[in-house]
Design a protein around this ligand. Structure first.
Ligand SMILES: O=C(O)CCC(=O)C(=O)O
Length: 280
């Protein structure tokens, strides 16, 4: 894969490439407080306390527009100083109400060409976070293991139910303490999760994708009958209209398909990958 700098800062960019993530101070406390105030104003409805709430899943275009505007206004000018030739994809709020459990190990959707490119995720907690109130953890180096098509319609190459494989991730992952307004940027290919919120306060985070300005946005859909992965070029509206189960139709244009031959990673392979790619 070609080396293309994502972050302007050489040290952070190197870290993103080697470890799969980088953490940096991003928003000042007052900026987060402003977002929190606007968040409170926009959320005059009951936020579900049964699972992670992502603001993009609420079917209300006025609300969606307001969230997007607020987040872009806050994030975009500042982020331009960190990013090199990249754009922001769909900024939303992720809220974990008190008592909501772990968001289990996963990789993010591939969203770009999986051979030539990567898509990144930025996650910014709106309060100090740690292992008790829903912070994030990553399996360092796992973005380098294997490249794969990833979306809600393609099975993951890792069997997260396999106890041995799970234990390997558990034992080798890094759980971060982060300050309000700090940002973590990570390669969407990295295995990550968030902890349960065992506190009495809601854990709110801003989250969005980052892709190169020149990369078309893609969605990968598995046609199980014919065992082929279909590639669709999507636009940003796709995220609000897609039903997370059918073949894409709106805001999606079919481009091509490939034979589906992604082999699952077993625990033995995982062990050697962990050994090879986790820094001491
Ligand atoms: O905000 C969270 O708790 C989950 C973040 C995450 O990993 C995701 O949305 O993919």
């Amino acid at each position: 894969m070609q080396v293309k700098q994502v972050l302007r800062n050489d040290r952070l960019d190197q870290q993103l490439r080697d470890r799969g993530y980088a953490i940096f101070d991003f928003l000042a406390a007052e900026e987060v407080d402003h977002v929190q105030k606007e968040f409170d104003r926009l959320h005059d409805f009951e936020i579900p306390n049964t699972e992670l709430f992502g603001s993009h899943r609420r079917h209300d275009p006025v609300y969606q527009m307001a969230v997007k505007q607020l987040l872009l206004e806050t994030i975009q000018p500042k982020l331009e100083t960190f990013l090199n030739g990249c754009r922001i994809i769909e900024p939303v709020f992720n809220v974990k109400m008190p008592g909501v459990g772990v968001f289990d190990f996963h990789q993010d959707w591939s969203l770009v060409d999986i051979v030539e490119d990567s898509c990144y995720t930025v996650w910014i907690p709106m309060l100090d976070v740690n292992r008790h109130n829903g912070t994030i953890s990553v399996l360092e180096g796992s973005h380098l293991y294997r490249r794969s098509f990833r979306s809600c319609m393609v099975p993951p190459i890792y069997d997260y139910q396999d106890e041995e494989l799970r234990n390997l991730i558990e034992e080798n992952r890094t759980i971060f303490d982060m300050k309000k307004g700090q940002a973590i940027i990570f390669d969407g290919n990295i295995i990550h999760s968030t902890e349960a919120n065992r506190s009495d306060d809601m854990r709110c985070a801003m989250i969005f994708g980052v892709a190169r300005k020149t990369s078309p946005l893609l969605f990968h859909y598995l046609d199980k009958e014919n065992n082929r992965v279909e590639e669709y070029e999507i636009d940003s509206e796709f995220f609000y209209v897609y039903d997370y189960q059918s073949r894409p139709s709106q805001h999606a244009r079919f481009r091509q398909s490939y034979p589906y031959d992604q082999k699952p990673v077993n625990a033995d392979e995982m062990k050697s990958l962990v050994r090879e790619y986790t820094s001491a």
